[in-house]
Design a protein. Structure first.
Length: 445
């Protein structure tokens, strides 16, 4: 049965005011595993989404040997391994260290760095090498030394596992995610540094950009320390408590970084990469593919690693993988393996949380229900809105912003919501759910 009614939007605004963070941050990492219904879960941070071919094979081996054989891509451009045995932490940590995927045990969970995945591949952006920024920022994070017992100053390891650094090459894809600290390349060869991708911003040199981002995170921690407030992210602070550009400029100046205010700065907002062939101004080719519902088998992952023309894979915050320099003749083989290689694919723009049986909190097998709803490939017409299936009201991994269709399991069916309008479907096995989702995904002309 279908019933239409207007309710408050369920993406960002339903969450209301930011939550009070009295408990500790339980965000999983490569060393701190999360126990789920299908076994332990490990989240491997990939700053900038960057992987070598050897590292990609190491993750596939770990997934097959220690986990359930699958790899989940996250909305931060990281990788999760599921179905791990509870006692495999030491072996997993050893494998990751040997592959260079765990350069610092102390900083494992704070290495959250998203970077424009198409930088240098399609001629767009302001020309900055944000992948180099990502490597430099990660090195600076991991070099943060333990404080002296008598030193009460906050340390970077005090950051939440959810705190996000964003490095945008000027196209606006990463800025649209509203990271906690954002560097945006500017046309003059510099960078705009801002909190939560909003103004006011500071103008810093490209060479100083990674260190400036680190100092911005330190300023956030100083605000928490001074106020006594527990918060994991910038947006959880009331506007009057958020770090100010003036205070950050003073911190940068004291550290030898020249910073000028950009009071009229408006961050760009660009679209994420679409699957398919990318063409550089010089005619060079690269490939962009996506993981169906964000999950890959070890065989699919190895196929991607084997297709990499350079010793580099870039995992995107939109659950995709970019292969720099890889020619388009690899695309049919990737498509035949079940990867999303075209924006016309019914799997493009569709995502889902783990759902049953992996998660005890889930009220439905959302991945199976989502797969049953996906219609054949488009043959024209407007691009459907992104859609995300969630097994419970936590909506783990849902899109950060923008218009998207929220398909929420209720225990009796699903609620399908877009722009504040909801359709309730009480029989998920019927065609009603597929029809409600398809209707909700139709853009407003």
């Amino acid at each position: 049965m279908l019933a239409a009614m207007a309710i408050p939007p369920t993406s960002r605004s339903e969450q209301g005011k930011p939550p009070a963070r009295e408990a500790g941050d339980a965000c999983p990492g490569a060393l701190r595993l999360h126990l789920a219904d299908d076994g332990a879960l490990a989240r491997v941070r990939l700053p900038g989404g960057l992987l070598t071919v050897r590292q990609a094979h190491a993750l596939a081996d770990a997934a097959e040997t220690l986990g359930d054989g699958g790899l989940d891509l996250t909305s931060r451009g990281n990788v999760q391994l599921r179905g791990l045995a509870a006692g495999c932490g030491a072996e997993l940590g050893g494998r990751l260290r040997a592959a260079g995927l765990l350069p610092s045990d102390r900083h494992d969970r704070v290495r959250n760095v998203a970077a424009s995945p198409l930088c240098g591949l399609d001629g767009r952006g302001a020309g900055a090498d944000v992948q180099a920024w990502a490597r430099a920022l990660d090195a600076l994070l991991c070099a943060d030394t333990p404080r002296h017992p008598d030193d009460n100053q906050p340390q970077l390891t005090d950051l939440s596992g959810r705190f996000l650094f964003g490095l945008d090459d000027g196209r606006g894809d990463i800025a649209a995610l509203a990271p906690d600290v954002t560097l945006i390349a500017t046309a003059d060869g510099h960078a705009a540094l801002c909190f939560a991708a909003t103004g006011p911003a500071l103008h810093v040199s490209a060479g100083d950009a990674p260190r400036a981002a680190l100092l911005a995170a330190a300023e956030f921690l100083a605000v928490l320390d001074k106020s006594g407030i527990h918060a994991w992210r910038i947006r959880e602070l009331a506007p009057e408590l958020r770090p100010s550009a003036d205070r950050l400029a003073a911190r940068l100046t004291a550290s030898g970084i020249a910073a000028a205010p950009l009071p009229r700065f408006e961050p760009p907002h660009g679209a994420p990469p679409e699957p398919g062939v990318l063409t550089a101004p010089d005619g060079g080719r690269s490939l962009s593919v996506a993981a169906p519902l964000g999950r890959l088998t070890a065989a699919q992952w190895r196929l991607l690693a084997g297709s990499a023309a350079r010793d580099e894979l870039r995992v995107t915050p939109w659950r995709g993988i970019v292969l720099p320099g890889t020619a388009e003749d690899h695309l049919p083989r990737l498509a035949a393996a079940g990867l999303v290689t075209s924006a016309d694919s019914p799997w493009h723009g569709a995502g889902a949380c783990a759902g049953r049986p992996a998660c005890a909190k889930s009220l439905a097998d959302v991945r199976a229900d989502a797969a049953a709803c996906l219609t054949p490939a488009r043959t024209g017409g407007p691009r459907p809105l992104p859609v995300y299936w969630s097994g419970c009201a936590r909506r783990c991994g849902h899109p950060a912003d923008g218009d998207w269709v929220d398909v929420l399991a209720t225990g009796d069916g699903y609620r399908v919501t877009v722009r504040g309008e909801t359709t309730t479907v009480t029989s998920p096995a019927s065609p009603d759910l597929a029809g409600a989702v398809a209707t909700a995904r139709t853009p407003i002309r």
